[in-house]
Structure formats: C-alpha cells, structure tokens
Design a protein around this ligand. Structure first.
Ligand code: NOJ
Length: 546
C-alpha cells in the first residue's frame, strides 16, 4: 500500500505539555479504530493502522485523540454494547498494540482519551448472562430488574426509532430489565455498591494503561428514581464526584468529559463546584444545532441566545464543542418549530433522519459548500470551549444514507484515490462498511492524499486554522464577552467577541496557509442581498473540488 504520509514523519514533533489543564486549549479529534486504517488487510480498521496514521494527526495539529469503544462487543451499537471492559476486540489488535498506540501518540504530543460506557453493557456481557440465570449469584443485582414494567414511567425513550419501552422482559429470569438505550443494552444497577466499585476499577485499569481520560458515555442515566425522568439524579452527581476524587488522587491530569445531551443549566451541574468538582469537561449539545440553524436562518440570534443562557462554569472547567460526531445530529435540544425547520433544511429525504435527529455528515449537510464548511469551522474554533473534530470532516467526507442507523456517518476514512480509499487492501466486499462513492463525495477526489497535494484544499485550511488557534491560548482559556455587533440578529458572526487576555484575537483573521486564490471565501464571509431582497450565498466553491 502506498504511504504518502511518510514525509510527514520528518516534521517537527510537538511534545506533551505537563499542564494539568491541557484540555482547555486542546483540539480533540474523534475517531473509531475500525474506521480509520486497516493494517491487517481484513477490511476492518485496527490499532496498528491507527498507529501508522498518528503522523497525519500530528501534522494536522490535533492535541487529543478520542477513541470510540474498541472493547469486545457484538457490535449491535457500534461497540457501545460492551461485553468485556478490560480487553480489546480481537479484530482491532491486543493490549500491546493499544499501549504502543498511546505511547506513540504521546511521543507526538497527542493525548488519548477513550469512551467509558458505564451506564449499560451488552446483553452478551457475562455479568448479564449470570444475572439473568442466577438472581442470587454474585451478579444477580448488577442490573435493574423488576416485575413491574410501569416503574419509572416518566423516563423518556431515547432511541425512538427502535424502542417502545425502557423495559424488556427476560424469558430466563422472568422479570423485566431496565434499559435507556437498545433492548440489548441492559442498564447497570448503580445502587449496587459492587457495580460502582467495578466501574471505578475499570477506569483505573485503563488509566494505568496510559490513557489520558474518558469520554463518559450516557452520563445522566446512572441512577433511577420513581416519579422523576430518571436523569441527573443526585446520586449520579455523587458518583461523578467520587470518580473525580479517584482521578485527582491517583491520575491528576486525567480528563473526565461528560456526554449529557441536556440544557446548559442541567449539564453545567456535571462540572460540580470548585470545592466539589465532578467532570473537567462537558459537551455543549445545545450549541451544535444552533450553529446549523444560524447558517440557514442567516441570523445569529439563536446561537447568541444559547450562549447567554449558558451559566458560568467553575474555574478550570471547560465546555467541549462540536459540529458533527458519530451519532445523528441530535435535535433534542431545540424547539419543535426549530426542529421542523431543520428537518426541512437538512433532511429532506426521510432516510436522512434517525431518532430525533439527522444522520448526515458535515459536508453533505452543507451541500458541500466550501464557504459554509469554513464558516462552521470558524465558529467551532472560536466559540467558548474546546473543539472536537470528527474524523473525515477535515477532508469534507460524504455519508451514505442507504446504510442502516448511524453507519451512514461511520464509513472508512478516505486516505488516497486507490482501492478502498487507501483504508484497506482487502477485497472491497470485505470492508466493514463500503467507502463513499457518491457522485459528489467520491473517495477518488475526497481523500487526504489529494488534499495534501493541493495547498488551497479544505484540509490545509483546517490545519491552518488549528495552527492559529494554537498560537492563541485565549481561545481556550479566555473569557467570553459578547460584543455589541454580535447582538445584531442579522450578523452571522455571532462568535465575534473579546477574548482576554489575548487582544490579538480582537483583530483575528483567517490563516493564510498559502496565498489564497481570489475566490477563497473568508470564514467570516458575509451574505449578500440579491435584488429580489432574498439573501444569497457569496461566491462559492465546493469542499470536494477545492
Ligand atoms: C451515546 C453514544 O454516543 C451512542 O453512539 C450510543 O448509541 C449511546 N450512547 C448508547 O451507548
């Protein structure tokens, strides 16, 4: 297989800082082991493949790699259905490759965080198998069992496309088990102290293997209480505080990043307080759809509003922001009217929808408009918080809405115009998912090699933007101050603001990685008004043909 990135190895490597608050100025990069690069040529990405691509990530300039679950799993939920918390799924490699990956990333100044799925396991996990077969055995109380499937009736159903209840009857134990997600993903019973201890031990296990922290999957759902929506229970917060104490005492610079798809006031509680901290970071879910809303409405108002509604967070804590991730673009945190508008703008075809959201990638969502992709990234990189990129979005990768569920956005990374996009040398039919071959986003033009070769490509532009951000720590640690001009509802540049202490950012300009071509739109490109009075796009280029 050709390796066009060898030249990148000679680039100067960055070093890991010893700043315990490294995450506040970090740019995160989310990737799945199975989707990134296949070194064993079996059609599935693996740890060796990922190690081979670390130089690319170093060159791009990301600071932290977030790995999605790589544990043994029946893979009915992309690996979030874990069947062994302390092992690597054999198709990805084994523990020696994992520790090598972490070490090699560190040598390049890149930290590694991993998904910790605490709320639920796969129904194939030996704990569940034991729990259903032997109620009085050691795992009998590891899950939430009941004879009554009307309990916790106020809890919403999350996977509305597939589930009709949060309870499923188990024919072996002859009781119902509780699950917030798929019916093959029973929730662990955090009321059981043994469950709590076991999860803390799992966290220790991976921290001892060198990881720099966790993205805490499904954080709000650990505990249930009758008469509530079973989210954000006080005991859930108490457990987070306990975990933070462990982390601070034993692995002081490790990160806890909460996934809580909730309103800012509720999410902010997952930071805890300065005296009693919980997570260092939380994803800011409501900001994300408002970036897309603002683009189409051509008004910054909703984005400005949600930033105003975002409470102050404890010193040293940080938001995580993102445009897209491995899930559907969730529309849970917008109003019914906004949701309807967004479905209309972004998901005209019913196959583009999933649960309460849209299962498309960034470039297709924005009609492959280079100007809009740049604008969206410029916002992401300048809003309060640390940005998280989703693999492939840096080259404007497409999606495949004909694949089931969220596989539409989880196809192989596109490295070259060669067979299987350079992802794997396997027989094409053997790939875990087909590479993107759509007319607009075909891998023969949307790939890393082609974009490295073209100085004005999206990839070079994004790399330049990350370099600018790196030069100004104020983007991560500065204070967000709303400026007067941002108050104007027609201004798309709602992120305009002052950052203290970095005055340079007040006169911030997009980076010039190479002399831009005359048609290069700036990230803050203004919308012009046509003679018919309707707003139209500025002169545009597509992301795929830069
Ligand atoms: C959140 C993850 O992001 C999603 O992919 C998964 O399906 C659910 N948690 C359940 O684990």
């Amino acid at each position: 297989m050709t390796r066009p990135f060898d030249a990148l190895r000679s680039q100067e490597r960055r070093l890991l800082t010893d700043d315990p608050q490294w995450f506040r100025t970090a740019v995160f990069y989310e990737a799945m082991v199975r989707s990134f690069a296949d070194a064993s040529d079996d059609g599935i990405g693996d740890l060796r493949g990922m190690i081979d691509k670390l130089d690319y990530l170093g060159w791009l300039g990301v600071d932290c790699l977030w790995l999605l679950p790589f544990y043994p799993s029946p893979l009915r939920d992309g690996g979030y259905d874990v069947s062994d918390y302390r092992a690597i799924a054999p198709q990805y490699g084994a523990m020696p490759e994992f520790t090598e990956l972490v070490q090699a990333a560190h040598e390049r100044g890149i930290r590694v965080i991993i998904d910790l799925v605490m709320n639920h396991t796969s129904d194939q996990h030996p704990w569940f198998q034991s729990s259903r077969a032997n109620p009085s055995g050691p795992y009998g109380d590891f899950y939430v069992w009941s004879d009554d499937n009307t309990r916790y009736g106020d809890a919403r159903i999350i996977f509305t496309d597939t589930e009709t209840s949060n309870w499923t009857f188990d024919t072996v134990r002859r009781q119902y088990f509780w699950h917030r997600f798929f019916s093959h993903q029973p929730d662990l019973n955090f009321e059981n102290p043994a469950v709590q201890e076991t999860m803390l031990d799992v966290a220790r296990f991976w921290l001892r293997h060198g990881v720099d922290g966790f993205r805490l999957d499904a954080a709000p759902y650990l505990f249930e209480d009758d008469g509530t929506d079973c989210e954000n229970r006080p005991r859930t917060h108490a457990f987070m505080r306990r975990m933070r104490q462990l982390v601070d005492a034993e692995f002081p610079s490790a990160l806890m990043l909460a996934e809580a798809n909730q309103w800012p006031d509720d999410v902010a509680k997952y930071f805890g307080t300065e005296a009693e901290p919980e997570c260092h970071m939380c994803f800011h879910f409501p900001v994300m759809p408002r970036i897309f809303f603002a683009l189409r409405e051509q008004r910054a108002a909703k984005l400005v509003e949600i930033l105003e509604d975002t409470p102050n967070i404890p010193a040293g804590a940080q938001w995580a922001t993102f445009l897209r991730n491995h899930d559907e673009l969730t529309l849970e945190m917008v109003s019914t009217e906004e949701r309807a508008a967004m479905y209309g703008w972004y998901a005209a075809d019913a196959r583009m929808r999933a649960n309460v959201g849209i299962r498309r990638r960034l470039a297709p969502l924005l009609d492959n408009s280079r100007a809009e992709i740049e604008l969206a990234h410029a916002l992401l990189l300048s809003l309060p918080g640390s940005p998280c990129l989703y693999y492939g979005d840096e080259i404007g990768m497409g999606d495949n809405i004909w694949l089931p569920d969220r596989d539409s956005v989880r196809t192989p990374m596109q490295w070259t115009p060669d067979r299987n996009a350079g992802f794997s040398a396997a027989e094409p039919g053997k790939l875990y998912l087909p590479v993107i071959q759509s007319l607009v986003h075909h891998y023969t033009h949307a790939n890393v090699e082609a974009q490295i070769a073209q100085p004005t490509s999206l990839l070079h532009w994004i790399r330049g933007m990350l370099a600018v951000r790196r030069q100004h720590p104020a983007f991560g640690v500065g204070e967000y101050v709303r400026s007067r001009r941002a108050a104007s509802p027609s201004s798309p540049s709602c992120a305009e603001r002052r950052r203290r202490p970095c005055s340079a950012s007040r006169t911030w300009r997009p980076p010039r990685v190479r002399p831009p071509s005359p048609s290069t739109p700036s990230p803050g490109a203004r919308w012009s008004t046509s003679s018919a009075g309707r707003r139209s796009r500025p002169s545009d280029r597509t992301a795929g043909s830069p």
